[in-house]
Write a protein that binds this ligand. Structure first.
Ligand SMILES: C[S@@+](CC[C@H](N)C(=O)[O-])C[C@H]1O[C@@H](n2cnc3c(N)ncnc32)[C@H](O)[C@@H]1O
Length: 403
Protein backbone atom coordinates (compact mmCIF):
# COMPACT_ATOMS: atom_id res chain seq x y z
CA UNK A 1 0.00 0.00 0.00
CA UNK A 2 2.68 2.54 0.91
CA UNK A 3 4.66 1.82 -2.28
CA UNK A 4 1.47 2.76 -4.16
CA UNK A 5 1.22 5.95 -2.10
CA UNK A 6 4.83 6.81 -2.97
CA UNK A 7 4.24 6.13 -6.68
CA UNK A 8 1.10 8.31 -6.69
CA UNK A 9 3.01 11.13 -5.01
CA UNK A 10 5.74 10.97 -7.68
CA UNK A 11 3.20 10.81 -10.52
CA UNK A 12 1.16 13.69 -9.07
CA UNK A 13 4.25 15.88 -8.81
CA UNK A 14 5.41 15.75 -12.41
CA UNK A 15 7.30 12.45 -12.27
CA UNK A 16 6.72 9.08 -13.88
CA UNK A 17 6.88 5.56 -12.46
CA UNK A 18 6.26 2.68 -14.83
CA UNK A 19 3.16 0.70 -13.76
CA UNK A 20 5.22 -2.42 -14.58
CA UNK A 21 7.32 -1.96 -11.43
CA UNK A 22 6.55 -3.62 -8.11
CA UNK A 23 8.25 -4.15 -4.75
CA UNK A 24 9.08 -7.46 -3.10
CA UNK A 25 8.57 -6.73 0.60
CA UNK A 26 9.11 -10.29 1.90
CA UNK A 27 12.13 -9.04 3.83
CA UNK A 28 10.87 -5.80 5.40
CA UNK A 29 14.44 -4.75 6.16
CA UNK A 30 15.69 -5.23 2.64
CA UNK A 31 13.11 -4.86 -0.09
CA UNK A 32 13.79 -5.24 -3.78
CA UNK A 33 12.19 -4.12 -7.02
CA UNK A 34 10.95 -6.47 -9.72
CA UNK A 35 9.11 -6.40 -13.04
CA UNK A 36 5.36 -7.06 -12.74
CA UNK A 37 5.09 -7.37 -16.51
CA UNK A 38 7.59 -7.79 -19.31
CA UNK A 39 9.81 -4.71 -19.69
CA UNK A 40 11.68 -4.04 -22.92
CA UNK A 41 15.23 -2.77 -23.16
CA UNK A 42 15.12 1.02 -23.68
CA UNK A 43 11.87 1.46 -21.76
CA UNK A 44 11.84 4.23 -19.17
CA UNK A 45 11.41 2.80 -15.67
CA UNK A 46 10.96 6.09 -13.86
CA UNK A 47 11.72 9.78 -13.82
CA UNK A 48 11.86 11.70 -10.55
CA UNK A 49 11.81 15.53 -10.74
CA UNK A 50 14.51 17.31 -8.63
CA UNK A 51 11.71 18.87 -6.55
CA UNK A 52 11.07 15.41 -5.05
CA UNK A 53 14.71 14.69 -4.20
CA UNK A 54 16.14 15.65 -0.82
CA UNK A 55 19.30 17.62 -1.56
CA UNK A 56 21.75 19.72 0.41
CA UNK A 57 21.50 23.14 -1.20
CA UNK A 58 22.48 25.52 1.64
CA UNK A 59 26.00 25.95 2.87
CA UNK A 60 26.95 24.45 6.23
CA UNK A 61 28.10 26.75 9.10
CA UNK A 62 31.84 27.56 9.00
CA UNK A 63 32.66 25.27 11.96
CA UNK A 64 31.61 22.19 9.94
CA UNK A 65 34.72 20.67 8.29
CA UNK A 66 34.56 20.31 4.51
CA UNK A 67 34.51 16.47 4.34
CA UNK A 68 31.28 16.30 6.39
CA UNK A 69 29.47 19.36 5.04
CA UNK A 70 27.28 17.38 2.66
CA UNK A 71 26.35 14.88 5.39
CA UNK A 72 25.62 17.74 7.76
CA UNK A 73 23.24 19.48 5.36
CA UNK A 74 21.38 16.31 4.40
CA UNK A 75 21.08 15.19 8.04
CA UNK A 76 19.71 18.62 9.01
CA UNK A 77 17.17 18.43 6.18
CA UNK A 78 16.03 14.94 7.22
CA UNK A 79 15.68 16.03 10.88
CA UNK A 80 13.59 18.98 9.68
CA UNK A 81 11.29 16.76 7.61
CA UNK A 82 10.91 14.18 10.40
CA UNK A 83 10.00 17.02 12.77
CA UNK A 84 7.26 18.10 10.35
CA UNK A 85 5.90 14.53 10.46
CA UNK A 86 2.63 14.12 8.51
CA UNK A 87 2.88 17.72 7.34
CA UNK A 88 6.12 17.12 5.47
CA UNK A 89 5.84 17.34 1.69
CA UNK A 90 8.08 14.26 1.58
CA UNK A 91 5.88 12.18 3.90
CA UNK A 92 5.06 9.48 1.28
CA UNK A 93 8.82 9.06 0.76
CA UNK A 94 9.84 9.23 4.42
CA UNK A 95 7.24 6.71 5.52
CA UNK A 96 8.54 4.16 3.00
CA UNK A 97 12.20 4.38 4.11
CA UNK A 98 13.64 1.31 5.87
CA UNK A 99 13.39 1.55 9.66
CA UNK A 100 16.21 2.54 12.01
CA UNK A 101 16.34 -1.02 13.35
CA UNK A 102 16.94 -2.40 9.83
CA UNK A 103 20.50 -1.02 10.10
CA UNK A 104 21.41 -3.47 12.82
CA UNK A 105 23.55 -5.42 10.32
CA UNK A 106 25.44 -2.30 9.22
CA UNK A 107 29.08 -2.39 10.42
CA UNK A 108 29.18 1.35 11.16
CA UNK A 109 26.04 1.06 13.28
CA UNK A 110 27.53 -1.91 15.12
CA UNK A 111 30.90 -0.27 15.78
CA UNK A 112 29.29 3.00 16.80
CA UNK A 113 27.88 1.18 19.85
CA UNK A 114 30.75 -1.30 20.34
CA UNK A 115 33.89 0.81 20.02
CA UNK A 116 35.94 -1.58 22.12
CA UNK A 117 35.74 -4.00 19.16
CA UNK A 118 37.92 -1.65 17.11
CA UNK A 119 40.92 -3.27 18.80
CA UNK A 120 40.16 -6.50 16.98
CA UNK A 121 39.31 -4.67 13.75
CA UNK A 122 42.79 -3.11 13.84
CA UNK A 123 44.32 -6.56 13.88
CA UNK A 124 42.33 -7.91 10.94
CA UNK A 125 41.64 -4.98 8.63
CA UNK A 126 43.65 -2.34 6.82
CA UNK A 127 40.50 -0.23 6.94
CA UNK A 128 40.57 0.29 10.73
CA UNK A 129 41.98 3.88 10.47
CA UNK A 130 39.27 4.77 7.94
CA UNK A 131 36.56 3.32 10.18
CA UNK A 132 37.95 5.22 13.17
CA UNK A 133 37.92 8.42 11.11
CA UNK A 134 34.30 7.83 10.02
CA UNK A 135 33.25 7.22 13.64
CA UNK A 136 34.93 10.46 14.75
CA UNK A 137 33.11 12.29 11.97
CA UNK A 138 29.84 10.80 13.16
CA UNK A 139 30.54 11.97 16.73
CA UNK A 140 31.32 15.43 15.42
CA UNK A 141 28.13 15.53 13.35
CA UNK A 142 26.05 14.77 16.44
CA UNK A 143 27.91 17.34 18.52
CA UNK A 144 27.64 20.08 15.87
CA UNK A 145 23.98 19.35 15.23
CA UNK A 146 23.27 20.18 18.89
CA UNK A 147 23.80 23.86 17.97
CA UNK A 148 20.99 23.77 15.42
CA UNK A 149 17.53 24.87 16.62
CA UNK A 150 16.09 21.87 14.71
CA UNK A 151 17.86 19.51 17.18
CA UNK A 152 15.61 20.49 20.12
CA UNK A 153 12.50 20.59 17.95
CA UNK A 154 13.30 17.13 16.56
CA UNK A 155 13.68 15.53 19.99
CA UNK A 156 10.64 17.31 21.45
CA UNK A 157 8.36 16.38 18.53
CA UNK A 158 9.48 12.82 17.82
CA UNK A 159 10.46 11.73 21.36
CA UNK A 160 13.70 10.36 19.95
CA UNK A 161 17.24 11.28 20.94
CA UNK A 162 19.28 13.49 18.64
CA UNK A 163 21.90 10.72 18.56
CA UNK A 164 19.35 8.31 17.09
CA UNK A 165 18.12 10.92 14.59
CA UNK A 166 21.61 11.78 13.32
CA UNK A 167 22.75 8.15 13.19
CA UNK A 168 19.61 7.05 11.34
CA UNK A 169 19.94 9.93 8.85
CA UNK A 170 23.67 9.19 8.37
CA UNK A 171 23.02 5.51 7.63
CA UNK A 172 20.23 6.38 5.18
CA UNK A 173 22.39 8.92 3.36
CA UNK A 174 25.32 6.53 3.05
CA UNK A 175 23.20 3.70 1.72
CA UNK A 176 20.79 5.50 -0.59
CA UNK A 177 21.96 8.88 -1.86
CA UNK A 178 23.80 10.06 -4.95
CA UNK A 179 26.50 12.76 -4.79
CA UNK A 180 24.89 14.59 -7.69
CA UNK A 181 21.21 14.17 -6.87
CA UNK A 182 20.84 13.59 -3.09
CA UNK A 183 18.15 11.18 -1.86
CA UNK A 184 16.10 10.13 -4.87
CA UNK A 185 12.71 8.49 -4.21
CA UNK A 186 12.00 5.29 -6.22
CA UNK A 187 15.58 5.16 -7.54
CA UNK A 188 16.75 4.32 -4.02
CA UNK A 189 14.59 1.20 -3.97
CA UNK A 190 16.76 -0.66 -6.45
CA UNK A 191 19.32 -3.17 -5.23
CA UNK A 192 22.82 -3.26 -6.69
CA UNK A 193 24.81 -5.71 -8.72
CA UNK A 194 28.12 -5.06 -10.45
CA UNK A 195 26.68 -6.93 -13.45
CA UNK A 196 24.04 -4.28 -14.13
CA UNK A 197 24.79 -1.63 -16.75
CA UNK A 198 21.94 0.56 -15.54
CA UNK A 199 22.85 3.78 -13.70
CA UNK A 200 20.77 6.73 -12.54
CA UNK A 201 20.96 9.15 -15.46
CA UNK A 202 20.95 12.97 -15.57
CA UNK A 203 17.36 14.14 -15.24
CA UNK A 204 17.11 11.58 -12.39
CA UNK A 205 15.69 8.92 -14.65
CA UNK A 206 16.34 5.23 -15.10
CA UNK A 207 16.05 3.47 -18.45
CA UNK A 208 16.08 -0.33 -18.78
CA UNK A 209 19.25 -1.59 -20.45
CA UNK A 210 18.03 -5.16 -20.84
CA UNK A 211 14.73 -6.97 -21.13
CA UNK A 212 13.00 -8.11 -17.92
CA UNK A 213 10.60 -11.04 -17.71
CA UNK A 214 7.60 -10.86 -15.33
CA UNK A 215 8.78 -11.58 -11.77
CA UNK A 216 12.44 -10.82 -12.57
CA UNK A 217 14.35 -8.70 -10.05
CA UNK A 218 15.68 -5.34 -11.31
CA UNK A 219 19.12 -4.19 -10.19
CA UNK A 220 21.02 -1.01 -10.94
CA UNK A 221 24.75 -0.41 -10.54
CA UNK A 222 25.94 1.77 -7.64
CA UNK A 223 29.24 2.33 -9.45
CA UNK A 224 32.69 0.80 -9.27
CA UNK A 225 33.08 0.27 -5.55
CA UNK A 226 35.69 -1.25 -3.32
CA UNK A 227 34.05 -4.22 -1.57
CA UNK A 228 34.92 -2.93 1.89
CA UNK A 229 33.48 0.53 1.18
CA UNK A 230 30.36 -1.16 -0.17
CA UNK A 231 30.08 -3.15 3.06
CA UNK A 232 30.64 -0.09 5.30
CA UNK A 233 28.00 2.01 3.56
CA UNK A 234 25.51 -0.56 2.33
CA UNK A 235 25.82 -3.47 4.82
CA UNK A 236 26.51 -6.00 2.05
CA UNK A 237 29.13 -6.88 -0.54
CA UNK A 238 29.28 -9.27 -3.43
CA UNK A 239 31.91 -11.98 -3.51
CA UNK A 240 32.31 -12.54 -7.17
CA UNK A 241 34.69 -13.30 -9.98
CA UNK A 242 35.60 -9.62 -10.10
CA UNK A 243 36.34 -8.33 -6.59
CA UNK A 244 37.79 -4.88 -6.25
CA UNK A 245 39.92 -2.82 -3.97
CA UNK A 246 40.38 0.91 -4.42
CA UNK A 247 43.82 2.18 -5.46
CA UNK A 248 44.67 5.84 -5.18
CA UNK A 249 46.73 7.20 -8.05
CA UNK A 250 49.10 10.14 -7.57
CA UNK A 251 47.52 13.36 -8.88
CA UNK A 252 49.26 14.99 -11.83
CA UNK A 253 49.09 18.76 -11.61
CA UNK A 254 52.29 20.05 -13.26
CA UNK A 255 51.53 22.74 -15.81
CA UNK A 256 54.99 23.99 -16.75
CA UNK A 257 55.51 22.62 -20.24
CA UNK A 258 53.22 22.00 -23.16
CA UNK A 259 53.59 18.28 -22.51
CA UNK A 260 52.39 18.79 -18.91
CA UNK A 261 49.37 20.71 -20.16
CA UNK A 262 48.65 17.99 -22.69
CA UNK A 263 48.72 15.38 -19.91
CA UNK A 264 46.55 17.42 -17.56
CA UNK A 265 44.00 17.93 -20.34
CA UNK A 266 43.77 14.24 -21.26
CA UNK A 267 43.66 13.14 -17.63
CA UNK A 268 40.69 15.46 -17.14
CA UNK A 269 38.96 13.79 -20.10
CA UNK A 270 39.20 10.29 -18.63
CA UNK A 271 35.73 8.97 -17.90
CA UNK A 272 36.64 7.36 -14.55
CA UNK A 273 36.57 8.94 -11.13
CA UNK A 274 37.75 5.92 -9.18
CA UNK A 275 40.54 3.46 -9.78
CA UNK A 276 40.49 -0.06 -8.47
CA UNK A 277 42.54 -3.20 -8.56
CA UNK A 278 40.38 -6.08 -9.63
CA UNK A 279 40.84 -9.79 -9.17
CA UNK A 280 39.95 -10.42 -12.79
CA UNK A 281 42.48 -8.40 -14.75
CA UNK A 282 44.69 -5.34 -14.56
CA UNK A 283 41.98 -2.70 -14.50
CA UNK A 284 42.30 -0.94 -17.91
CA UNK A 285 41.52 2.62 -16.67
CA UNK A 286 44.66 2.49 -14.47
CA UNK A 287 46.78 1.63 -17.51
CA UNK A 288 45.16 4.48 -19.43
CA UNK A 289 45.89 6.92 -16.61
CA UNK A 290 49.52 5.85 -16.31
CA UNK A 291 50.09 5.85 -20.08
CA UNK A 292 49.13 9.53 -20.13
CA UNK A 293 51.16 10.41 -17.02
CA UNK A 294 54.24 8.62 -18.42
CA UNK A 295 54.21 10.26 -21.87
CA UNK A 296 57.57 11.63 -23.01
CA UNK A 297 58.21 14.26 -25.68
CA UNK A 298 59.28 11.46 -28.01
CA UNK A 299 56.00 9.61 -27.38
CA UNK A 300 54.04 12.59 -28.70
CA UNK A 301 55.05 11.75 -32.26
CA UNK A 302 54.14 8.10 -31.71
CA UNK A 303 50.58 8.70 -30.68
CA UNK A 304 48.11 7.11 -33.06
CA UNK A 305 45.03 9.30 -33.37
CA UNK A 306 41.91 7.65 -34.57
CA UNK A 307 38.21 8.38 -34.35
CA UNK A 308 37.10 5.09 -32.89
CA UNK A 309 39.37 4.83 -29.83
CA UNK A 310 41.11 7.39 -27.61
CA UNK A 311 44.90 7.22 -28.12
CA UNK A 312 45.64 5.96 -24.59
CA UNK A 313 43.75 2.73 -25.26
CA UNK A 314 46.56 1.71 -27.66
CA UNK A 315 50.11 0.87 -26.66
CA UNK A 316 52.04 4.09 -27.27
CA UNK A 317 55.65 2.95 -27.16
CA UNK A 318 57.70 0.29 -25.47
CA UNK A 319 59.37 2.89 -23.22
CA UNK A 320 55.96 4.22 -22.23
CA UNK A 321 54.65 0.76 -21.41
CA UNK A 322 57.75 -0.13 -19.38
CA UNK A 323 57.22 3.07 -17.37
CA UNK A 324 53.52 2.19 -16.85
CA UNK A 325 54.28 -1.27 -15.50
CA UNK A 326 57.15 0.01 -13.35
CA UNK A 327 54.91 2.64 -11.78
CA UNK A 328 52.07 0.20 -11.31
CA UNK A 329 54.30 -2.36 -9.57
CA UNK A 330 55.47 0.44 -7.30
CA UNK A 331 51.91 1.68 -6.56
CA UNK A 332 50.52 -1.79 -5.90
CA UNK A 333 53.41 -2.81 -3.67
CA UNK A 334 53.12 0.47 -1.73
CA UNK A 335 49.38 -0.02 -1.23
CA UNK A 336 49.81 -3.65 -0.25
CA UNK A 337 50.84 -3.20 3.31
CA UNK A 338 49.33 -6.40 4.66
CA UNK A 339 51.54 -8.39 6.87
CA UNK A 340 51.35 -12.09 7.46
CA UNK A 341 50.17 -11.45 11.02
CA UNK A 342 47.05 -9.67 9.75
CA UNK A 343 46.31 -12.46 7.27
CA UNK A 344 46.74 -15.10 10.00
CA UNK A 345 44.47 -13.15 12.38
CA UNK A 346 41.86 -12.83 9.62
CA UNK A 347 41.94 -16.60 9.03
CA UNK A 348 41.56 -17.24 12.75
CA UNK A 349 38.70 -14.75 13.07
CA UNK A 350 36.78 -16.46 10.29
CA UNK A 351 36.94 -19.71 12.22
CA UNK A 352 36.04 -18.20 15.59
CA UNK A 353 33.24 -15.79 14.67
CA UNK A 354 29.80 -16.47 13.27
CA UNK A 355 29.35 -15.79 9.53
CA UNK A 356 26.75 -13.16 10.42
CA UNK A 357 29.17 -11.12 12.56
CA UNK A 358 30.85 -7.91 11.48
CA UNK A 359 34.28 -9.38 12.33
CA UNK A 360 33.75 -12.38 10.10
CA UNK A 361 33.01 -10.04 7.17
CA UNK A 362 35.98 -7.75 7.89
CA UNK A 363 38.26 -10.80 8.02
CA UNK A 364 36.83 -12.25 4.83
CA UNK A 365 37.30 -8.96 2.98
CA UNK A 366 40.91 -8.76 4.17
CA UNK A 367 41.56 -12.17 2.63
CA UNK A 368 39.77 -11.18 -0.58
CA UNK A 369 41.87 -8.00 -0.81
CA UNK A 370 45.09 -9.85 -0.10
CA UNK A 371 44.32 -12.20 -2.96
CA UNK A 372 43.64 -9.27 -5.31
CA UNK A 373 47.01 -7.70 -4.48
CA UNK A 374 48.83 -10.99 -4.94
CA UNK A 375 47.15 -11.69 -8.30
CA UNK A 376 47.87 -8.20 -9.59
CA UNK A 377 51.51 -8.32 -8.57
CA UNK A 378 51.96 -11.70 -10.21
CA UNK A 379 50.43 -10.54 -13.50
CA UNK A 380 52.44 -7.31 -13.41
CA UNK A 381 55.70 -9.12 -12.82
CA UNK A 382 54.99 -11.50 -15.70
CA UNK A 383 54.13 -8.49 -17.92
CA UNK A 384 57.37 -6.90 -16.85
CA UNK A 385 59.35 -9.98 -17.77
CA UNK A 386 57.45 -10.20 -21.04
CA UNK A 387 58.39 -6.65 -21.93
CA UNK A 388 62.01 -7.23 -21.04
CA UNK A 389 61.79 -10.30 -23.30
CA UNK A 390 63.80 -12.47 -20.94
CA UNK A 391 64.65 -15.52 -23.06
CA UNK A 392 64.40 -18.06 -20.24
CA UNK A 393 61.82 -19.03 -17.66
CA UNK A 394 62.12 -16.81 -14.58
CA UNK A 395 59.78 -16.72 -11.61
CA UNK A 396 59.78 -13.35 -9.90
CA UNK A 397 58.02 -12.64 -6.64
CA UNK A 398 57.24 -9.39 -4.92
CA UNK A 399 59.28 -10.26 -1.86
CA UNK A 400 62.20 -11.19 -4.13
CA UNK A 401 61.92 -7.92 -6.01
CA UNK A 402 61.83 -5.65 -2.98
CA UNK A 403 64.36 -7.42 -0.80
C1 LIG B 1 19.48 1.84 -2.25
S1 LIG B 1 18.94 0.74 -1.03
C2 LIG B 1 18.01 -0.45 -1.95
C3 LIG B 1 16.61 -0.66 -1.38
C4 LIG B 1 16.55 -1.25 0.01
N1 LIG B 1 16.76 -2.72 -0.05
C5 LIG B 1 15.23 -0.94 0.71
O1 LIG B 1 14.61 -1.83 1.30
O2 LIG B 1 14.85 0.23 0.70
C6 LIG B 1 20.45 -0.03 -0.64
C7 LIG B 1 20.36 -1.15 0.37
O3 LIG B 1 19.78 -2.30 -0.23
C8 LIG B 1 20.45 -3.48 0.17
N2 LIG B 1 21.05 -4.11 -1.03
C9 LIG B 1 21.31 -3.52 -2.21
N3 LIG B 1 21.81 -4.39 -3.09
C10 LIG B 1 21.90 -5.57 -2.45
C11 LIG B 1 22.36 -6.87 -2.82
N4 LIG B 1 22.83 -7.12 -4.03
N5 LIG B 1 22.29 -7.85 -1.89
C12 LIG B 1 21.82 -7.61 -0.65
N6 LIG B 1 21.37 -6.41 -0.24
C13 LIG B 1 21.41 -5.40 -1.12
C14 LIG B 1 21.49 -3.07 1.19
O4 LIG B 1 20.93 -3.18 2.46
C15 LIG B 1 21.72 -1.62 0.86
O5 LIG B 1 22.16 -0.87 1.96
Amino acid sequence: MSFDKLVNWVNQNGGFVSPKLAMDETDKNNRSMYAKEKINSGEQLFLVPPLLCIQSNDTAPPEVPLPIQRDYQLIKELLKQWTLGDKSFYEPYLSYLPSYSSFITNPMYHLYFHRQELVLVQKISLYAPLIQQKLSQLDLLIQLMLNEPIAQQYSATTNKSLQEGVLYAYLLIHSRSWNDFGLVPIADLLQHTYKSTMFLEPGTKMVAKVEYEPGQKIFDNYGVIDDMLLYLGFSFYETKENDMVELSLPPYDKKETQLDQFKVYWLSQLPHRKYVLSSKEIYPPIIHYLRIVSLSDKDMSRIIWNDTKPFYENLISLENEVEVIKQLIYLVSKAKNFNQEMVDEANKTMQLFSPSSVHYHFAKLTLVHEKIFKNNIEVLLQNWLGILQVPFDVKMTLSGLFK
